[in-house]
Design a protein around this ligand. Structure first.
Ligand code: FAD
Length: 290
């Protein structure tokens, strides 16, 4: 089943996990996945450590999702960083052999000190072009969209033009970068539609659970705004982790409700390899129950 077919009929629902850093982390993640399957997600995606050593475990994780006996589609993230034409062919062939035919095609976060990807692909546009040329319709391809504009983009308009380019080169749907700024999200969704981006938009929700992680996620790489409402939660519970988590869960539930009322095509929850907090959030939001 193609995820885009689901999105034609209703809002898709999905989780994101990341490859464990150690071999011992694998069974732990597989246990968390078993809990997450109970929510009947349409897909679970797994990140791909750009140029990193945990790329191998990415294949292990998506293979496990694809082999699980339920209707959950496995989606792998995949980046340009350090990848050659031959290397990409080899890896995509491995994914397809494992039953993984959905891919989020990304440029990738450049490791510190790198100016480019040091591979055969400079941008996600190059990767989408290559994947469509080599694999035709065998792959369902998602691409990233940044509601606040990618940190390296010349302008929001230029970034949206690149998103439109990714669609025109064959992308099937968009998966968004995290944002807590709902006014900006509304502006962006109207702006991309006005620019001719017609493919479905699957929205990423990063649960607000820990003060330091929340600040780091916004500011360390992505340059995402911390809106007043979230800033108030951070200030109020600055030295109270339990109070912060409780208020953060409420914040996340409100954000999910706001996205649903806007009318998005998919909701993608960053599960952070754990099921407990996600269960609390989803039960409170009422969008999915176990
Ligand atoms: P691109 O679309 O290539 O854009 C990068 C920059 O170049 C933008 O400023 C864009 O405007 C500009 N641009 C795009 N195309 C062109 C062009 N043809 N010519 C000139 N300029 C261009 N990173 C990882 O390393 N691993 C992951 O697993 C991962 N998962 C992610 C999941 C999601 C849902 C999202 C939104 C991001 C994820 N990232 C991941 C982060 C992502 O790799 C970074 O945000 C990266 O910096 C940009 O990736 P991109 O695909 O948006 O790049």
């Amino acid at each position: 089943m193609k995820i885009t077919e689901v999105m034609k009929n209703r809002m898709s629902f999905s989780f994101e996990v990341f490859p464990p850093k150690t071999d011992e982390g694998v069974p732990k993640l597989l246990g968390a996945l078993d809990e997450l399957y109970a929510f009947k997600p349409d897909f679970i995606s797994c990140t791909y450590g750009a140029g990193g050593s945990n790329v191998g475990r990415n294949l292990e994780v998506v293979t496990a999702i694809a082999a699980s006996r339920n209707d959950t589609v496995a989606v792998t993230h995949f980046t340009c960083v350090g990848n050659t034409f031959d290397g990409v062919r080899k890896q995509i062939d491995d994914y397809l052999a494992a039953g993984v035919d959905h891919i989020l095609a990304l440029r990738g976060d450049l490791p510190e000190g790198w100016e480019g990807t040091r591979g055969d692909f400079d941008y996600a546009t190059d990767l989408v072009t290559f994947l469509r040329r080599e694999y035709g319709d065998k792959l369902t391809i998602a691409v990233a969209g940044s509601p606040e504009g990618h940190i390296q983009a010349r302008s929001l308009e230029a970034d949206i033009a690149h998103l439109k380019q990714k669609q025109d080169l064959g992308a099937d749907y968009v998966m968004t970068q995290l944002t807590y700024d709902m006014d900006q999200f509304r502006y962006w969704i109207d702006a991309i539609r006005a620019a001719g981006v017609t493919i479905p938009v699957d929205v990423g929700v990063m649960p607000v659970l820990n003060k330091d992680a929340c600040i780091r996620m916004c500011l360390s790489m992505n340059g995402c705004a911390i809106p007043r409402k979230l800033a108030e939660v951070i200030s109020k519970y600055y030295n109270d982790p339990d109070g912060f988590k409780k208020a953060g869960i409420e914040y996340t539930v409100d954000q999910i409700h706001e996205y649903v009322s806007i009318g998005i095509d998919g909701l993608h929850v960053y599960a952070l390899n754990k099921s407990e907090d996600v269960t609390t959030i989803l039960n409170a939001s009422g969008i999915r129950r176990r």
